[in-house]
Design a protein around this ligand. Structure first.
Ligand code: CMC
Length: 434
């Protein structure tokens, strides 16, 4: 633990007995009650479903100010990183804590290229999936399968060995993602090329085929880099917390990332980008007005929610959504695409932002609201959107797994509960049960 308590602790009084609770203050001035010994000292535990008021670790990777709508990685703003870096530079920053210099960036690119192939035996796995299998299934299964083909990192692994495993995973996930798409459309796999950059390679593996070349447009490569960067990390979100949870049992990197991919898939998390497009398509197809949709989203008896809106941390406009909206306009303009779904989205945003229900609850577009429209214009099928989120989030997941490993104070994640089941029952033998 690097944090030290501030001078004056908080005081908790229960049934006339007082307990001093140390207060920790982070680098940005946020304060937390340090309740690690609360149960030992008082017999009490904290109740916080969904961890809305609970910090589970110290971290020096990413900072989010949800009130002001700010996001930074290692101190660099997301706006600066998106504007000036490639995705692999941001991946390096998350993993190593510093932006790479020219030599480091070159070496990192070469390593990524060198490890981009997956074991040929693994490509037979893809054939086992039924037609139309969701690429997230394939992605998660393939990642955990990597541990059968490539050596796991030992607890004692040195930094070089660790870097190799990490680079291998970063590189191979891109290949697996593209292969899972090719499998879903019944086309032959396109292998990675050492001549291409990370994002060029990914676009080429996705969209070229033995019968047609794919022209790798620089503006699409730039957009791909930017889209991956805005997904690269987001501190203790559900999938990262899952990676840490699995990692806290000392499960290997591949197992932890595979679990993270599964957590990401849910429509309240990364699966929202697919859910947004499906919602916009439904609105467009059924000719629903924005007002009708918002009424439905506000109706507590209706499970429908406005997908791509709201966030646990952001109580103002998600800075990633601002960047995603800008990329969306640029790409549609460059490609000369008029997508009616963009008009539906803009209308929904306008009406929602002016509506007291959304204002009172501080609900704004999140990162998933505009990305799908861009992916659609670029040619990605809907089922691939969450895979793209996973590809972007991978360096963040790995950085958190590494941080957890290096944190001597980390314990196995093991929350408590409040039990509300039967207290005591007399055992009934099978033949006497009703
Ligand atoms: N549409 C309608 N009402 C909403 C929405 C929404 N999208 N989001 C939140 N609310 C309401 C919710 O009903 C609750 O109202 P009340 O106070 O009257 O009960 C209030 O706002 C607070 O919501 P919550 O569910 O307690 O907030 P949370 O922090 O637990 O959930 C969320 C955050 C992202 C799961 C939620 O906002 C949501 O379901 N959004 C839609 C799904 C989505 O877009 N997810 C992507 C998140 S960003 C990408 C990522 O990192 O995964």
């Amino acid at each position: 633990m690097s944090l030290k308590p501030i001078d004056k602790p908080a005081e908790l009084t229960v049934e006339g007995k007082s307990y001093a609770i140390p207060i920790l203050q982070d680098a940005m001035g946020n304060r937390a009650l340090d309740i690690r010994t609360l149960r030992k000292d008082s017999g009490l535990i904290a109740f916080d479903p969904g961890f809305a008021s609970t910090a589970v670790c110290e971290s020096s990777i990413t900072y989010v100010d949800g009130e002001k709508g700010l996001l930074s990685h290692r101190g660099y703003s997301i706006e600066d990183l998106t504007e000036n870096c490639t995705f692999i530079e941001v991946a390096y920053l998350l993993l190593h804590g510093v932006l790479p210099n020219r030599v480091q960036r070159e070496k990192f690119s070469q390593l990524l290229n060198r490890h981009s192939m997956i074991h040929e035996d693994m490509s037979t796995f893809f054939r086992g999936y039924p037609e139309g299998a969701h690429p997230m299934v394939v992605l998660s299964a393939m990642v955990v399968s990597l541990s059968a083909f490539y050596p796991e990192i030992e607890q004692s692994a040195d930094r070089e060995e660790l870097d190799m495993t990490v680079t291998r995973l970063l590189s191979k996930l891109r290949t697996i993602a593209a292969f899972s798409y090719k499998k879903s459309v019944g086309e032959p796999f396109v292998y990675p090329s050492q001549k291409l950059s990370y994002c060029e390679n990914f676009l080429n593996m996705m969209f070229s085929s033995p019968v047609s070349d794919y022209k790798i447009e620089p503006y699409l490569v730039k957009a791909m880099n930017q889209l991956l960067i805005i997904h690269a990390d987001h501190e203790q979100n559900a999938s990262t917390a899952t990676v840490r949870q699995v990692g806290s049992t000392r499960a290997n990197l591949y197992a932890a990332i595979s679990a993270g991919i599964c957590a990401l898939w849910g429509p309240l998390h990364g699966g929202a980008n697919q859910a947004v497009i499906e919602m916009l398509q439904m609105i467009h197809r059924d000719g629903l007005s924005a007002e009708t949709v918002l009424e439905k989203a506000k109706n507590k008896a209706d499970p429908f929610r406005l997908m791509g809106f709201g966030h646990r941390i952001y109580k103002s406009y998600d800075p990633r959504a601002k960047i995603a909206k800008k990329i969306c306009y640029t790409i549609l303009d460059k490609m000369n695409v008029q997508d009616p779904l963009l008009d539906v989205a803009i209308k929904l945003e306008e009406k929602a932002i002016a509506d007291p229900y959304f204002q009172d609850r501080h609900l704004y577009p999140n990162v998933d609201f505009y990305t799908g429209i861009t992916y659609r214009a670029m040619g990605f099928p809907t089922a691939m959107y969450t895979v793209l989120f996973a590809l972007g989030r991978l360096p963040g997941w790995i950085a958190h797994w590494l941080e957890l490993r290096q944190d001597a104070d980390q314990k196995i994640y093991r929350p408590r509960q409040l039990y509300v089941g039967a207290t005591q029952q007399n055992f009934v033998p099978l033949e006497k049960r009703p």
